[in-house]
Design a protein around this ligand. Structure first.
Ligand SMILES: [Zn+2]
Length: 387
Protein backbone atom coordinates (compact mmCIF):
# COMPACT_ATOMS: atom_id res chain seq x y z
CA UNK A 1 0.00 0.00 0.00
CA UNK A 2 1.46 3.32 -1.01
CA UNK A 3 0.65 6.19 1.30
CA UNK A 4 1.40 9.75 0.32
CA UNK A 5 2.41 12.31 2.92
CA UNK A 6 3.25 15.97 2.62
CA UNK A 7 6.56 17.07 4.03
CA UNK A 8 8.30 20.43 3.91
CA UNK A 9 10.18 19.39 0.79
CA UNK A 10 7.26 18.06 -1.20
CA UNK A 11 5.06 15.02 -1.36
CA UNK A 12 6.62 11.67 -0.48
CA UNK A 13 5.24 8.18 -0.89
CA UNK A 14 5.78 5.31 1.51
CA UNK A 15 5.10 1.60 1.06
CA UNK A 16 3.47 0.27 4.24
CA UNK A 17 2.56 -3.16 2.81
CA UNK A 18 5.67 -4.98 4.03
CA UNK A 19 5.41 -6.86 7.30
CA UNK A 20 7.07 -4.88 10.06
CA UNK A 21 7.42 -5.42 13.77
CA UNK A 22 5.58 -3.26 16.30
CA UNK A 23 8.84 -1.51 17.27
CA UNK A 24 9.69 -0.76 13.65
CA UNK A 25 6.16 0.46 13.18
CA UNK A 26 6.53 2.88 16.09
CA UNK A 27 9.83 4.12 14.69
CA UNK A 28 8.29 4.50 11.25
CA UNK A 29 5.37 6.45 12.70
CA UNK A 30 7.84 8.79 14.42
CA UNK A 31 9.69 9.35 11.15
CA UNK A 32 6.55 9.99 9.13
CA UNK A 33 5.24 12.27 11.88
CA UNK A 34 8.39 14.29 11.53
CA UNK A 35 8.05 14.43 7.77
CA UNK A 36 4.43 15.43 8.15
CA UNK A 37 5.39 18.39 10.31
CA UNK A 38 4.97 21.28 7.92
CA UNK A 39 6.54 24.68 8.38
CA UNK A 40 3.56 26.01 10.35
CA UNK A 41 3.54 23.14 12.84
CA UNK A 42 7.31 23.20 13.19
CA UNK A 43 7.24 26.93 13.88
CA UNK A 44 4.47 26.52 16.44
CA UNK A 45 6.30 23.69 18.16
CA UNK A 46 9.72 25.35 18.14
CA UNK A 47 11.10 27.74 20.74
CA UNK A 48 11.09 31.17 19.07
CA UNK A 49 13.16 34.07 20.40
CA UNK A 50 13.53 37.55 18.90
CA UNK A 51 16.51 39.39 20.43
CA UNK A 52 15.60 42.91 19.31
CA UNK A 53 12.29 44.70 18.98
CA UNK A 54 11.72 48.43 19.54
CA UNK A 55 8.22 48.00 20.93
CA UNK A 56 9.18 49.79 24.17
CA UNK A 57 9.22 53.06 22.17
CA UNK A 58 5.58 52.42 21.23
CA UNK A 59 4.69 51.58 24.85
CA UNK A 60 6.55 54.60 26.25
CA UNK A 61 5.19 57.31 23.94
CA UNK A 62 1.69 56.06 23.10
CA UNK A 63 0.59 53.60 25.81
CA UNK A 64 -1.34 51.45 23.32
CA UNK A 65 -3.74 48.70 24.41
CA UNK A 66 -1.20 45.94 23.82
CA UNK A 67 -3.86 43.20 23.96
CA UNK A 68 -5.43 44.53 20.73
CA UNK A 69 -4.32 44.11 17.14
CA UNK A 70 -2.88 47.62 16.75
CA UNK A 71 -3.14 49.57 13.51
CA UNK A 72 0.36 51.01 13.95
CA UNK A 73 3.70 49.33 14.45
CA UNK A 74 4.62 45.69 14.04
CA UNK A 75 4.11 44.13 17.46
CA UNK A 76 1.30 43.53 19.96
CA UNK A 77 0.10 40.48 21.90
CA UNK A 78 -2.11 39.09 19.07
CA UNK A 79 0.78 39.42 16.59
CA UNK A 80 3.32 37.94 19.04
CA UNK A 81 0.94 34.99 19.42
CA UNK A 82 0.39 34.62 15.67
CA UNK A 83 4.16 34.81 15.19
CA UNK A 84 4.63 31.94 17.65
CA UNK A 85 7.03 34.04 19.76
CA UNK A 86 8.11 32.57 23.10
CA UNK A 87 10.50 35.32 24.15
CA UNK A 88 11.48 38.77 22.95
CA UNK A 89 14.01 41.34 24.06
CA UNK A 90 12.22 44.68 24.40
CA UNK A 91 14.87 47.35 23.80
CA UNK A 92 14.46 50.75 25.41
CA UNK A 93 15.81 53.23 22.85
CA UNK A 94 15.96 56.98 23.38
CA UNK A 95 16.46 59.44 20.53
CA UNK A 96 19.92 61.05 20.56
CA UNK A 97 18.27 64.48 20.43
CA UNK A 98 17.93 64.15 24.22
CA UNK A 99 20.95 64.76 26.50
CA UNK A 100 22.41 61.73 28.30
CA UNK A 101 20.78 62.78 31.59
CA UNK A 102 17.38 63.39 29.99
CA UNK A 103 17.75 60.08 28.12
CA UNK A 104 18.39 58.29 31.44
CA UNK A 105 15.13 59.72 32.82
CA UNK A 106 13.26 58.52 29.71
CA UNK A 107 14.95 55.10 29.93
CA UNK A 108 13.61 54.74 33.48
CA UNK A 109 10.14 55.59 32.19
CA UNK A 110 10.61 53.11 29.32
CA UNK A 111 11.54 50.34 31.78
CA UNK A 112 8.49 51.29 33.83
CA UNK A 113 6.28 51.15 30.71
CA UNK A 114 7.49 47.59 29.99
CA UNK A 115 6.94 46.43 33.59
CA UNK A 116 3.45 47.99 33.61
CA UNK A 117 2.57 46.33 30.31
CA UNK A 118 3.67 42.95 31.66
CA UNK A 119 1.60 43.55 34.82
CA UNK A 120 -1.47 44.53 32.73
CA UNK A 121 -1.51 41.28 30.74
CA UNK A 122 -0.34 38.58 33.19
CA UNK A 123 -1.99 35.79 31.19
CA UNK A 124 0.11 36.60 28.15
CA UNK A 125 3.36 38.19 29.30
CA UNK A 126 5.97 37.32 31.89
CA UNK A 127 9.07 39.27 32.92
CA UNK A 128 12.27 37.31 32.26
CA UNK A 129 15.98 37.83 32.72
CA UNK A 130 17.39 34.32 32.51
CA UNK A 131 17.12 31.19 30.36
CA UNK A 132 15.19 29.53 33.23
CA UNK A 133 12.65 32.38 33.15
CA UNK A 134 12.20 31.91 29.39
CA UNK A 135 11.59 28.18 29.89
CA UNK A 136 9.13 28.86 32.74
CA UNK A 137 7.15 31.34 30.61
CA UNK A 138 6.97 28.82 27.76
CA UNK A 139 5.76 26.07 30.11
CA UNK A 140 2.97 28.40 31.24
CA UNK A 141 2.04 29.39 27.69
CA UNK A 142 3.24 32.97 28.18
CA UNK A 143 5.61 35.21 26.24
CA UNK A 144 8.83 36.01 28.08
CA UNK A 145 9.74 39.71 28.01
CA UNK A 146 13.41 40.53 28.55
CA UNK A 147 14.38 44.18 29.01
CA UNK A 148 17.37 45.65 27.20
CA UNK A 149 18.70 49.14 26.46
CA UNK A 150 19.81 50.33 23.02
CA UNK A 151 22.53 52.96 23.42
CA UNK A 152 25.07 52.71 26.28
CA UNK A 153 25.31 56.50 26.66
CA UNK A 154 22.38 56.40 29.08
CA UNK A 155 24.62 55.08 31.86
CA UNK A 156 26.02 58.65 31.87
CA UNK A 157 29.62 57.34 32.14
CA UNK A 158 28.82 55.84 35.54
CA UNK A 159 29.15 52.16 36.50
CA UNK A 160 26.84 52.78 39.47
CA UNK A 161 24.02 53.67 37.07
CA UNK A 162 24.84 50.57 35.00
CA UNK A 163 24.44 48.43 38.14
CA UNK A 164 21.16 50.13 39.08
CA UNK A 165 19.72 49.59 35.58
CA UNK A 166 20.65 45.94 35.93
CA UNK A 167 18.78 45.89 39.26
CA UNK A 168 15.69 47.27 37.49
CA UNK A 169 15.66 44.21 35.23
CA UNK A 170 17.85 45.28 32.30
CA UNK A 171 19.72 42.17 31.15
CA UNK A 172 21.59 43.55 28.13
CA UNK A 173 22.84 46.83 26.68
CA UNK A 174 23.62 47.62 23.04
CA UNK A 175 26.84 49.51 23.70
CA UNK A 176 26.27 52.25 21.10
CA UNK A 177 23.54 53.48 18.76
CA UNK A 178 23.97 56.27 16.17
CA UNK A 179 26.72 58.45 17.65
CA UNK A 180 29.88 57.52 19.55
CA UNK A 181 29.37 57.70 23.30
CA UNK A 182 31.97 59.09 25.70
CA UNK A 183 33.59 55.64 25.78
CA UNK A 184 32.84 53.70 22.58
CA UNK A 185 32.67 54.40 18.83
CA UNK A 186 29.58 53.60 16.81
CA UNK A 187 29.26 52.11 13.34
CA UNK A 188 29.14 55.56 11.72
CA UNK A 189 30.87 57.84 14.23
CA UNK A 190 34.41 57.23 15.46
CA UNK A 191 36.31 59.38 17.93
CA UNK A 192 38.12 56.96 20.25
CA UNK A 193 39.66 54.45 17.85
CA UNK A 194 37.35 51.84 19.38
CA UNK A 195 36.89 51.67 23.11
CA UNK A 196 38.33 53.89 25.90
CA UNK A 197 39.74 52.53 29.17
CA UNK A 198 36.36 53.29 30.77
CA UNK A 199 34.63 51.49 27.90
CA UNK A 200 36.68 48.39 28.75
CA UNK A 201 35.50 48.72 32.37
CA UNK A 202 31.88 48.88 31.17
CA UNK A 203 32.27 45.62 29.21
CA UNK A 204 33.97 43.88 32.15
CA UNK A 205 31.38 45.14 34.64
CA UNK A 206 28.48 44.03 32.42
CA UNK A 207 29.95 40.54 32.19
CA UNK A 208 30.61 40.46 35.94
CA UNK A 209 26.94 41.36 36.48
CA UNK A 210 25.85 38.50 34.16
CA UNK A 211 24.55 40.95 31.57
CA UNK A 212 24.78 40.27 27.84
CA UNK A 213 27.11 42.59 25.91
CA UNK A 214 25.53 43.59 22.60
CA UNK A 215 27.90 44.66 19.80
CA UNK A 216 25.27 45.66 17.21
CA UNK A 217 25.86 49.33 16.21
CA UNK A 218 29.50 49.54 17.39
CA UNK A 219 32.44 50.37 15.06
CA UNK A 220 34.66 47.63 13.66
CA UNK A 221 37.57 48.69 15.92
CA UNK A 222 35.29 48.68 18.96
CA UNK A 223 33.94 45.26 17.97
CA UNK A 224 37.43 43.71 17.91
CA UNK A 225 38.39 45.33 21.23
CA UNK A 226 35.21 44.08 22.91
CA UNK A 227 35.86 40.59 21.60
CA UNK A 228 39.46 40.70 22.80
CA UNK A 229 38.53 41.51 26.38
CA UNK A 230 35.29 39.50 26.57
CA UNK A 231 35.60 36.57 28.95
CA UNK A 232 32.14 35.26 28.09
CA UNK A 233 30.07 35.10 24.90
CA UNK A 234 28.75 38.36 23.46
CA UNK A 235 26.06 38.77 20.82
CA UNK A 236 24.81 40.94 18.00
CA UNK A 237 21.16 41.49 18.88
CA UNK A 238 20.21 42.79 15.41
CA UNK A 239 22.86 42.78 12.66
CA UNK A 240 22.99 41.28 9.16
CA UNK A 241 25.74 40.25 6.72
CA UNK A 242 28.02 42.84 5.14
CA UNK A 243 29.19 40.39 2.45
CA UNK A 244 25.64 40.63 1.04
CA UNK A 245 25.11 44.36 1.59
CA UNK A 246 27.96 46.74 2.36
CA UNK A 247 26.34 48.77 5.14
CA UNK A 248 28.23 49.81 8.29
CA UNK A 249 25.47 48.27 10.43
CA UNK A 250 26.20 44.83 8.96
CA UNK A 251 29.05 42.50 9.93
CA UNK A 252 31.96 41.35 7.74
CA UNK A 253 32.56 37.59 7.57
CA UNK A 254 35.68 37.62 9.83
CA UNK A 255 33.59 39.38 12.51
CA UNK A 256 30.87 36.72 12.18
CA UNK A 257 33.51 33.97 12.40
CA UNK A 258 35.01 35.59 15.50
CA UNK A 259 31.56 35.79 17.13
CA UNK A 260 31.15 32.05 16.53
CA UNK A 261 34.55 31.35 18.12
CA UNK A 262 33.45 33.44 21.10
CA UNK A 263 30.36 31.18 21.26
CA UNK A 264 28.13 34.19 20.59
CA UNK A 265 25.12 34.54 18.30
CA UNK A 266 24.53 36.88 15.36
CA UNK A 267 20.83 37.69 15.22
CA UNK A 268 19.79 38.72 11.72
CA UNK A 269 18.13 42.13 11.29
CA UNK A 270 15.08 42.22 8.97
CA UNK A 271 15.32 45.90 7.89
CA UNK A 272 15.10 46.30 4.10
CA UNK A 273 17.87 48.91 4.15
CA UNK A 274 20.29 46.43 5.77
CA UNK A 275 19.43 43.25 3.89
CA UNK A 276 19.08 44.92 0.48
CA UNK A 277 16.64 44.81 -2.36
CA UNK A 278 16.49 42.04 -4.93
CA UNK A 279 20.00 42.07 -6.45
CA UNK A 280 18.46 41.82 -9.94
CA UNK A 281 16.58 45.08 -9.44
CA UNK A 282 19.79 47.11 -9.26
CA UNK A 283 18.41 48.84 -6.17
CA UNK A 284 20.84 47.93 -3.39
CA UNK A 285 19.24 49.89 -0.61
CA UNK A 286 15.82 51.42 -0.27
CA UNK A 287 16.04 55.17 0.36
CA UNK A 288 14.99 56.37 3.78
CA UNK A 289 12.34 59.07 3.56
CA UNK A 290 12.05 61.09 6.72
CA UNK A 291 8.92 63.11 7.23
CA UNK A 292 9.57 66.71 8.28
CA UNK A 293 7.61 66.46 11.51
CA UNK A 294 7.34 63.40 13.70
CA UNK A 295 4.47 62.98 16.07
CA UNK A 296 6.88 61.38 18.58
CA UNK A 297 10.07 59.22 18.53
CA UNK A 298 8.02 56.16 17.54
CA UNK A 299 7.26 57.89 14.22
CA UNK A 300 10.98 58.56 13.77
CA UNK A 301 11.95 54.90 13.91
CA UNK A 302 8.90 53.16 12.48
CA UNK A 303 7.40 55.56 9.92
CA UNK A 304 6.89 53.28 6.91
CA UNK A 305 8.41 54.18 3.54
CA UNK A 306 6.08 53.65 0.55
CA UNK A 307 8.50 51.49 -1.47
CA UNK A 308 7.93 47.73 -1.21
CA UNK A 309 10.63 45.95 0.73
CA UNK A 310 13.00 43.33 -0.68
CA UNK A 311 11.63 39.83 -1.30
CA UNK A 312 11.57 37.45 1.64
CA UNK A 313 14.23 35.35 -0.11
CA UNK A 314 16.69 38.20 0.43
CA UNK A 315 16.20 37.88 4.19
CA UNK A 316 16.68 34.11 3.94
CA UNK A 317 19.91 34.80 2.00
CA UNK A 318 21.29 36.60 5.08
CA UNK A 319 20.37 33.67 7.32
CA UNK A 320 21.95 31.24 4.83
CA UNK A 321 25.13 33.29 4.65
CA UNK A 322 25.47 33.68 8.42
CA UNK A 323 24.84 29.92 8.87
CA UNK A 324 27.55 29.18 6.29
CA UNK A 325 30.08 31.48 7.94
CA UNK A 326 29.31 31.03 11.65
CA UNK A 327 27.73 27.58 11.73
CA UNK A 328 24.07 26.92 12.46
CA UNK A 329 24.63 27.12 16.25
CA UNK A 330 25.53 30.82 16.12
CA UNK A 331 22.66 32.42 14.21
CA UNK A 332 19.33 33.77 15.47
CA UNK A 333 16.55 36.31 14.94
CA UNK A 334 16.85 40.03 15.76
CA UNK A 335 13.99 41.42 13.68
CA UNK A 336 14.12 45.11 14.70
CA UNK A 337 10.32 45.17 14.42
CA UNK A 338 8.82 48.49 15.59
CA UNK A 339 12.18 50.13 14.87
CA UNK A 340 12.44 50.04 11.09
CA UNK A 341 10.73 51.74 8.17
CA UNK A 342 10.79 48.94 5.61
CA UNK A 343 10.49 45.15 5.89
CA UNK A 344 10.73 42.26 3.43
CA UNK A 345 7.58 41.44 1.48
CA UNK A 346 5.69 38.76 3.37
CA UNK A 347 7.39 39.75 6.66
CA UNK A 348 5.46 42.95 7.35
CA UNK A 349 5.02 42.41 11.08
CA UNK A 350 5.59 39.91 13.90
CA UNK A 351 2.59 37.78 12.89
CA UNK A 352 4.44 36.82 9.67
CA UNK A 353 7.38 35.17 11.45
CA UNK A 354 6.32 31.60 10.42
CA UNK A 355 7.20 32.63 6.84
CA UNK A 356 10.85 32.61 7.92
CA UNK A 357 10.54 28.97 8.98
CA UNK A 358 9.07 28.13 5.55
CA UNK A 359 11.89 30.05 3.86
CA UNK A 360 14.59 28.26 5.87
CA UNK A 361 13.06 24.81 5.18
CA UNK A 362 12.70 25.64 1.48
CA UNK A 363 16.37 26.66 1.48
CA UNK A 364 17.15 23.06 2.49
CA UNK A 365 17.91 23.45 6.19
CA UNK A 366 17.04 20.54 8.43
CA UNK A 367 14.42 20.76 11.13
CA UNK A 368 17.13 20.81 13.81
CA UNK A 369 18.96 23.71 12.14
CA UNK A 370 15.70 25.65 11.85
CA UNK A 371 14.90 25.04 15.53
CA UNK A 372 18.40 26.19 16.51
CA UNK A 373 18.09 29.41 14.55
CA UNK A 374 14.52 30.14 15.68
CA UNK A 375 15.46 30.20 19.35
CA UNK A 376 17.54 27.37 20.76
CA UNK A 377 20.83 29.15 20.01
CA UNK A 378 19.78 32.26 21.92
CA UNK A 379 18.43 30.21 24.81
CA UNK A 380 21.84 28.50 25.06
CA UNK A 381 23.49 31.92 24.95
CA UNK A 382 21.20 33.13 27.77
CA UNK A 383 22.14 30.07 29.80
CA UNK A 384 25.83 30.92 29.47
CA UNK A 385 25.55 34.62 30.16
CA UNK A 386 22.43 35.74 32.03
CA UNK A 387 21.56 35.14 35.65
ZN1 LIG B 1 19.26 49.29 16.38
Amino acid sequence: MMTAVNCPHGRMEFDYSCAISRTSQTKLTAITDRLLMDAGSLHKDALVIDTHIDTATHLLWRSPDFSQRLSEGHVDIPRLRAGGVDAAMFAVWIDEGFSNEHALKLVLRGIDAIHRTIASYPDDLMFARTAADVRKAREQGKIAVLITIEGGRVICDDLGILRMLNDLGVCSITLAWGAATGWIDSHNHQRHGGLTAFGREVVREMQRLNMLVDISHVSEAAFWEVLNIAERPVFASHSSCRALLDHTRNMWDPMIEAMAKNDGVININFFGGFIGANPDSGNVEAPLRKPAIYRDPFDRIAYPVPEPGPPLSRLVDHFNHAIRVAGAEHVGIGSDFDGVTQLPQGMEDMSKLPALTSGLLDAGHSESVVRAVLGENDLRLFEKTLS
